[in-house]
Design a protein. Structure first.
Length: 295
């Protein structure tokens, strides 16, 4: 409990795991006033939004749980968030601690701001909250520094994007859309006529697009990347047997398939132990207190 409390209440530790905040610092105490803090987030290159908050924590409750409430606001007109409030709850269980959050905020910019918040910002904030909580969990349970788990998540996402993008592009452009002439010899060598060969190329393109989509959908599992590692040399050999000239062209099957297979190995190596926005529950299994009136 003390480790979790420190990681969430100490600004220097908090900003290490919470992707929603780039900077957090307590402001000087004022007698008789709640503890205030300043936060800032870089939402785009060269655009940093800052705001102010008030925190109030109650460390020890009779049932062993803890609670921390806060209010926050941003006077910067560039900030979609006008003002908000929320809380953290720390509830001991038989096998650990149940760490919960709930918050709400009032958007600015009128109806446009309400629409933008509903379709874009609020889903992003929800995912960022869940992803950050999972990064905190990995840090406290497994000892993996938040910076390391962040880098692992970035490497895995880049590798998945590379593998899936290769499958989708090569299924969509040279096969389904263009039916490139270099795609036909394999099928004609099997005795297929021109029309049948073109249909087979397009069908293969659909299959590759579907496999690329499945790779993204199943990015946390082994099979898409194992299949890619196995398929890449087989496809390169098949292309070389069909037409050896393909092996000496720029971005030929050897170099392209080698790179794609390597990305699949990276995706496999970074699959486990990375933070995920899917693991934390997005809604509490029981009734939670209301956030309260916004400031």
């Amino acid at each position: 409990m003390d480790a979790l409390w420190d990681a969430t209440q100490e600004p220097a530790l908090h900003r290490r795991w919470d992707v929603r905040f780039g900077e957090i610092e307590y402001l000087p105490m004022v007698d008789g006033e709640p503890r205030q803090f300043r936060y800032a987030t870089t939402v785009a290159p060269g655009l940093t939004i800052a705001g102010t908050g008030e925190s109030l924590g109650e460390r020890d409750r009779p049932d062993g749980s803890r609670w921390s409430g806060l209010k926050f606001w941003a006077n910067d007109w560039r900030s979609l968030i006008d003002a908000g409030a929320g809380y953290w709850r720390y509830v001991p269980t038989d096998d650990g601690i149940r760490f919960l959050t709930r918050y709400d905020y009032r958007p600015r910019w009128g109806r446009f701001g309400e629409w933008l918040d509903r379709v874009l910002c609020r889903p992003i904030f929800g995912w960022a909250t869940a992803w950050s909580f999972d990064r905190l969990r990995i840090w406290l349970e497994e000892g993996t520094p938040p910076e390391q788990s962040r880098n692992q998540a970035v490497a895995h996402a880049a590798a998945v994007a590379g593998v899936a993008g290769t499958w989708v592009y090569h299924g969509l452009v040279p096969k389904l859309w263009k039916v490139d002439a270099d795609e036909l010899p394999f099928w004609t060598a099997l005795g297929a006529g021109t029309l049948v060969a073109r249909a087979a190329v397009r069908a293969t393109g659909v299959a590759e697009i579907a496999f690329g989509a499945a790779t993204v959908q199943s990015s946390g599992r082994r099979w898409p990347f194992v299949a890619t590692v196995v398929a890449m040399p087989a496809l390169a050999i098949g292309a070389g047997v069909t037409d050896r000239r393909l092996l000496t062209k720029a971005f030929n099957p050897v170099s392209l398939n080698w790179a794609t297979g390597a990305l699949a190995v990276v995706a496999l190596a970074t699959r486990s132990g990375r933070p995920s926005g899917r693991i934390p529950l997005r809604s509490a299994p029981d009734r939670q207190p209301d956030v309260g009136a916004l400031p």
